[in-house]
Design a binder for this molecule. Structure first.
Ligand code: DGL
Length: 266
């Protein structure tokens, strides 16, 4: 069942799909993956022992992500979803060169649908520092900068709020108010959640930015891309039965897997 770096031979439709994040955030993506591909089996891994990734160097993020993808590949996954914008920015391209035949699907801040949603919108992209400073993001901005105004808003602490399970707290609300205070001096049309932890605090963000602002995230697009790649490789599970999820993490907290499951069920 397991296969090496250079081959994706004899892939079996019943092999699971690996889903990776620095912690709890990728669960927001996993929900979309299961909703679009209910017959697939998934292995979710949250690298909580090393989170937050967004405050690490590119080199560290690449090394941590590569180690986990190598482990999942050795376990025989048929594809990997990097359900983390930060890991995607730092490691997706080198991982695609390392695993030429296995689909590696990354996340991208949903800037394109936000910018195209109306005439010259003002779009705020919330993400980690690591995502916003990467060349990958600069290239995305260069593509769309003439179609609207793009404002970068690093919000690394949200990752820690979510990891602590604080998705409605007063401290979170105050943090968001502070982060948005100068940005909201000029009307905002769209907010892009460029980190997979952020959809869990969507309601708190909505309270701060108001009802008229449209909020985008990249999970559904990633799920569609995974389906497209599996179909193209004739590797979609066809059992017709509901798939299973295996939950794994590097956390020292014995309850971490339970927390992953609870968040999934929210
Ligand atoms: N979920 C990760 C992302 O999408 C957050 C990373 C972190 O700082 O650990 O960027």
């Amino acid at each position: 069942m397991a296969y090496g770096k250079d081959a994706w031979k004899n892939v079996k439709k019943e092999q699971p799909i690996g889903v990776f994040d620095s912690g709890l955030g990728g669960v927001s993506v996993l929900r979309e993956l299961v909703s679009l591909l209910p017959a697939e089996d998934f292995i979710y891994f949250g690298d909580a022992a090393h989170a937050p990734y967004g405050e690490r160097t590119e080199r560290e993020i690449r090394a941590l992500t590569t180690a986990q993808v190598d482990r999942m590949a050795a376990e025989g996954v048929k594809a990997v979803v990097l359900a983390c914008n930060t890991a995607t920015s730092a490691a997706c391209a080198p991982l695609r060169r390392r695993y030429r035949q296995m689909p590696i699907i990354g996340m991208e801040p949903a800037l394109k649908p936000a910018i195209l949603s109306r005439e010259k919108p003002r779009v705020v992209v919330m993400a980690t520092h690591a995502t916003l400073r990467q060349k990958k993001f600069a290239r995305l901005v260069a593509r769309f900068k003439d179609a609207g105004e793009i404002v970068k808003l690093p919000c690394p602490e949200i990752v820690e709020f979510v990891e602590r399970g604080e998705i409605h707290s007063r401290a979170l609300h105050e943090y968001l108010e502070e982060r948005f205070s100068s940005v909201l001096q000029t009307p905002v049309d769209c907010v892009v959640l460029g980190c997979t932890h952020f959809p869990f605090v969507r309601e708190a963000i909505r309270e701060v930015v108001g009802q008229d602002v449209q909020i985008f995230d990249g999970a559904a697009g990633t799920a569609r891309e995974l389906k497209r790649r599996l179909r193209e490789a004739d590797a979609l599970q066809e059992s017709g039965q509901k798939g299973a999820i295996e939950w794994l993490s590097s956390s020292s907290d014995p309850n971490y897997v339970e927390r992953l499951k609870r968040l999934y069920a929210l």
